[in-house]
Design a protein around this ligand. Sequence first.
Ligand SMILES: [Zn+2]
Length: 215
Amino acid sequence: MRHITKTTPPQEFVEYLKTPDVSFDGLSGVPKEALRQRLLEDQGYICCYCGRRIDNDKHTKIEHIKCQKNHKHLALCFKNMLASCDGGEQDRADRVLPKHKVHCDAKKANEDIPISPLDEKIEDYLMFFPDGTVKGKVDIGKELIRILGLDTDFLTIQRRNAIKNYKVLPVSDWHTEVERLKIKGSDGKYEEFCFVLQSYAELCCEIESKTPLAV
Ligand SMILES: [Zn+2]
């Protein structure tokens, strides 16, 4: 998971909040599009939980960190909103991909996560491995994996493939590469699964530092 720094809500959404009987369910059209766009920009066009590439389309959900059911007063709070992939729901409905267990927003439903991507410590609780698996550090990490379904076969395979494709790229300096993966590109986007690739790059840094220099 990548730490997310939120900016400010778009003007179209701020205007919408001034309408009588305003509600999240009533949000649609331009204000909703603008809101989703801002969320995407803030988080570099990757799912707030799994890191898959997302865009401003029907597959991207506006996720409430604190669920609407138990925290009604936060349903329209910009700081409580993130952009999530559809967790496989759409894939299942469209029958494009084989059925698989849902993850992210779809899996979380009305549960609360112990720490959100808005907390800068979020990156300390999950460990990713080159075979695509993920492990949680202490109870917080384990809860994140359980509540968000981050260990579903589907995501494990996606992460494994991302690393497989990444491994063949020529990298001259792994330390620089680690730093590159931490920031958005010139298009405002993070690499898909950037924090997974970063784990691999950090592993390469470690190996490099243990390998004696050739003379
Ligand atoms: Zn996701």
